[in-house]
Design a protein around this ligand. Structure first.
Ligand code: AP5
Ligand code: MG
Length: 190
């Protein structure tokens, strides 16, 4: 099954996906992590992505779709995939539907927490794009470009909300319970 993790910067998508993937031997695909690896390697893609990421804007859809397509093609049949940070725009969501027509997105886990909480978490982390100014831009880009995906997946009956202003282990339990429920009864998503 493919589970897309949706939610604002700092809401804990990466933390939760990594934990669940490690404990259950699932695949965690974070487009942000992939881009940061390219930056660290100094590849052409990394050089282009670095400035965009530091400004809080999004890397062009076509670039991201190509990266994710290659990973989806290599995914073993029946594998559980936690997609973290993709899709992030309507064109990406439509492209994903085309790419995984044979095994569609089974659930969109929509992580929510107040913006003040997100900003505090990110400032405490201090990644290259975690300055106050860039965090504000990432949150604005999220609201403008990514949040419309909530309606996109809701129309398709695929949204499950995860309250993410709680302890990490509580959220993790909720995530695992939600995935179990969706597997047992795919019509339970709303
Ligand atoms: P990306 O790496 O995806 O960053 P993001 O969306 O801004 O989100 P974060 O990774 O900052 O937050 P998260 O939800 O994963 O939270 P985390 O678990 O880390 O993208 C970075 C950039 O890459 C983008 O701005 C864009 O330029 C580019 N990009 C990536 N994908 C793209 C795409 N598809 N299209 C175009 N461009 C793309 O947690 C945050 C902090 O909070 C951590 O320190 C963590 O320890 C802490 N924390 C987590 N959970 C809790 C909790 N429950 N309680 C207390 N603290 C917690
Ligand atoms: Mg992340």
């Amino acid at each position: 099954m493919i589970a897309a993790l949706l939610g604002a910067p700092g809401v804990g998508k990466g933390t939760q996906a990594q934990l669940a993937a490690e404990r259950n031997a699932w695949t965690h695909l974070s487009t942000g992590d992939l881009l940061r690896e390219e930056v660290a390697r100094g590849s052409e893609l990394g050089k282009r992505a670095d400035a965009i990421m530091r400004s809080g804007e999004l890397v062009p859809d076509a670039v991201m779709v190509e990266i994710v397509a290659a990973r989806l093609n290599a995914l073993p049949e029946g594998e559980t995939l936690l997609l973290d940070g993709f899709p992030r725009s309507l064109p990406q969501a439509r492209a994903l539907d085309q790419l995984c027509a044979g095994r569609p997105v089974g659930v969109a886990l929509y992580f929510t927490a107040p913006e003040a909480v997100l900003t505090e978490r990110l400032l405490a982390r201090g990644r290259a794009d975690d300055s106050r100014e860039v965090i504000a831009r990432r949150l604005a880009v999220y609201r403008e470009t990514t949040e419309p995906l909530v309606a996109y997946y809701r129309e398709r009956g695929l949204i499950r909300e995860i309250l993410a202003d709680r302890a990490i282990e509580e959220i993790q339990k909720d995530l695992l319970r939600t995935l179990r429920e969706v597997r047992a009864d795919p019509s339970s998503v709303s």
